[in-house]
Design a protein around this ligand. Structure first.
Ligand SMILES: *Cc1c(COP(=O)(O)O)cnc(C)c1O
Length: 480
C-alpha cells in the first residue's frame, strides 16, 4: 500500500539519508569556504532573477539538489573573504545544537517544555553575569536577538525607575531615555514602541571618535528636564554599530549614578570582549550597569538568533512583564527562575541555550578570548595597512573589529569621492569575491568591514585593498 504523505514526511530512513548527505555537503562546503576554494563569497543575483529561479525550482527543480542549490546561492560567511555584516561564521557544532532544537521543538516558555535547556540557560547566563562583574543576585535570560533584548531591558528599566504603574495604567508624564546618536537604530525603535515619542529619545552627539559625547550629557539631560521629560535611563553602546566605537561606560555609569538613571549597556556586538584579557578594559564600567545585552550570533560564533540579556538585580528581570504592579519577590517566595516565559518577550522560543552550553563545555571561556582578541588585533593591523596608503582614508581608528574606510584621490572632490566609493562597493558586491558593506558618516560615504571570520588574514585584506585600487583606478578614469 502507498504511504500517506504524513508517513512519508516522518520516514526515519529518508530523514537519515538526507541528513547524512547534508552533513557531507556542509563538510565540503566548510573546507572549501575556509580555503576560499568555493570561489565567490556572494553569488550576486538580482531579487527578480532569484525569485524566478525559486519559482521555477518549485515547479520543476530536482528536490535532490535543494540543499546544494542553497549553498550555491547564498552568502558564505565561512569564507575568509567575507568581511561584511556582523554575523558569526558559526562554529559548525552549533549547527548541530540548532538541529536538535529544531527537531525536539521544546517551546521553552515553561519549565516542562525545556527541562534540560532551561537548566543550561541558568548556567550560561550566570556565567556571563559573572564575567560582566555582576553579583550572585544577578539573573539573565536568553532571547531572540539584540533588538528584542534592548526593548526588554528598557521595559525593565521603566518598571524599576518609574513609580507610576505605566504597565497597567499607561503613561502619566513624558518619559525619556538618553542614548548616543550613533546607537543602533533598534534603541530608537524600542523607545518608539514604548510610546516615548521623538522627544523621549534624547540623542547625545558623538565626539570625533564617534563615541557618546560625555561632556554634553549634563546639557542634554538639563534640556530634557526643563521640557518636563522624566529621563529614566541611559544606554551605552559597546560598541556602536557603524564605526564599532565603544562608549565610555565608566563615565556613563557615573552620570547614571548621579542622576539615578537606569544604566543599560548595548553590548550586542562587542559585549563578548569581556572574555578578552587584552580588550576587556574597553568595557570598564560595565559592572556598574543595571542591564547588559550580548549577542551570541555576532562575536560568539553561534547561529542566529540568540542573545543574552543580563540584569544586575535579578528581581528586575522578574518584574518586566509582571501584570501585578506590586509584585515583589520576598525572601520567602521561591524564585521560579525556571519558568523562562515569564521573563521574556517571546512565549515560544528556540532551545538556544544548547549552543552556549556546548561552547562552554567544549572550549571554555578561552575560545572567546582567542577569537575576540584575534579579530580586534587584525582590525588594527588592517587600519595600519590602510593608514600607510595615501589612497585610503579611515573614518576613525578602530577599537573593535569594525572599520570604515574610503578610497581618496587629491583630484576628486567630496561629492565625486562619495559617488566613486559607492560605485566601488557596488562593483565589489556584483563581483562577489569579497563581501563588505557601506555606511555614511556625516555625509561621507565609507566602505565598511566587520572582520567576523576567524580565518581572515592580513593577506586576504591586502588582496582586498589591491582589488579596490584596481577598481578605483579603472572607475575614476572613466568618470574624469
Ligand atoms: C546588531 C546590534 C543590535 C541588534 O541586534 P540583533 O541581534 O540584530 O537584533 C543592537 N545593537 C547593536 C550595538 C548591534 O550591533
Amino acid at each position: 500500500m502507498d504511504k500517506s504523505l504524513i508517513e512519508k514526511a516522518y520516514d526515519s530512513e529518508f530523514f537519515a539519508q538526507m541528513g547524512h548527505k547534508v552533513i557531507d555537503q556542509l563538510k565540503e562546503h566548510l573546507e572549501n569556504s575556509i580555503s576560499s576554494k568555493n570561489g565567490k563569497v556572494i553569488p550576486w543575483n538580482s531579487p527578480e532573477k532569484e525569485l524566478d529561479f525559486w519559482k521555477d525550482f518549485l515547479e520543476k527543480g530536482d528536490s535532490g539538489l535543494f540543499f546544494k542549490e542553497i549553498l550555491n546561492r547564498t552568502t558564505h560567511t565561512h569564507n575568509p573573504k567575507y568581511v561584511g555584516h556582523q554575523v558569526a561564521a558559526t562554529a559548525p557544532l552549533t549547527a548541530l545544537t540548532g538541529l536538535l532544537s529544531s527537531f525536539l521543538n521544546n517551546g521553552m516558555a515553561v519549565y516542562e517544555m525545556g527541562i534540560s535547556p532551561t537548566a543550561m540557560e541558568r548556567i550560561v547566563t550566570d556565567r556571563l553575569a559573572e564575567k560582566v562583574g555582576y553579583t550572585d543576585q544577578s539573573r539573565g535570560v536568553l532571547t531572540s536577538g539584540g533588538t528584542l533584548a534592548n526593548l526588554t531591558a528598557l521595559l525593565a528599566a521603566r518598571k524599576a525607575m518609574i513609580l507610576h504603574d505605566v504597565w497597567n495604567e499607561g503613561h502619566s508624564q513624558p518619559l525619556g531615555i538618553m542614548v548616543s546618536e550613533e546607537a543602533h537604530y533598534c534603541v530608537d525603535r524600542a523607545a518608539k514602541i514604548m510610546g516615548l515619542g521623538n522627544r523621549g529619545i534624547i540623542k547625545v552627539p558623538v565626539n570625533d571618535s564617534f563615541a557618546m559625547g560625555i561632556e554634553k550629557l549634563e546639557q542634554y539631560y538639563g534640556e530634557a528636564r526643563s521640557q518636563g521629560i522624566h529621563v529614566f535611563a541611559i544606554v551605552g553602546s559597546a560598541p556602536s554599530t557603524a564605526t564599532g566605537t565603544y562608549d565610555n561606560l565608566e563615565a556613563i555609569a557615573s552620570f547614571a549614578e548621579k542622576h539615578k538613571l537606569w544604566f543599560h549597556v548595548d553590548g550586542a556586538h562587542g559585549g563578548a570582549a569581556v572574555f578578552s584579557k587584552k580588550y576587556k578594559p574597553l568595557l570598564n564600567g560595565i559592572e556598574k550597569s543595571d542591564s547588559v545585552v550580548i549577542d551570541g550570533h555576532k562575536m560568539m560564533l553561534m547561529p542566529t538568533i540568540t542573545t543574552a540579556l543580563l540584569f544586575k538585580n535579578g528581581n528586575d528581570s522578574h518584574q518586566t512583564f509582571s501584570q501585578k504592579a506590586d509584585y515583589l519577590l520576598t525572601d520567602t517566595d521561591e524564585e521560579d527562575w525556571y519558568n523562562g516565559g515569564k521573563r521574556t518577550f517571546e512565549c515560544t522560543k528556540t532551545m538556544m541555550s544548547l549552543h552556549w552550553y556546548l561552547m562552554f563545555k567544549l572550549y571554555g571561556d578561552d575560545i572567546f578570548d582567542e577569537y575576540v582578541t584575534r579579530q580586534y588585533d587584525l582590525t588594527q593591523r588592517f587600519a595600519s595597512l590602510l593608514g600607510n596608503d595615501k589612497n585610503f582614508d579611515i573614518a576613525v581608528k578602530p577599537t573593535s573589529n569594525i572599520l570604515c574606510f574610503r578610497w581618496v584621490h587629491p583630484d576628486l572632490d567630496m561629492e565625486k569621492t562619495n559617488v566613486l566609493n559607492e560605485s566601488i562597493r557596488k562593483e565589489l558586491l556584483e563581483d562577489g569575491e569579497f563581501y563588505l558593506v557601506q555606511t555614511k558618516l556625516n555625509g561621507v560615504h565609507y566602505m565598511r568591514t566587520s572582520l567576523m571570520n576567524p580565518f581572515t588574514t592580513l593577506e586576504h585584506l591586502e588582496e582586498l585593498v589591491q582589488k579596490i585600487k584596481n577598481i578605483a583606478e579603472k572607475q575614476s578614469k572613466r568618470t574624469s
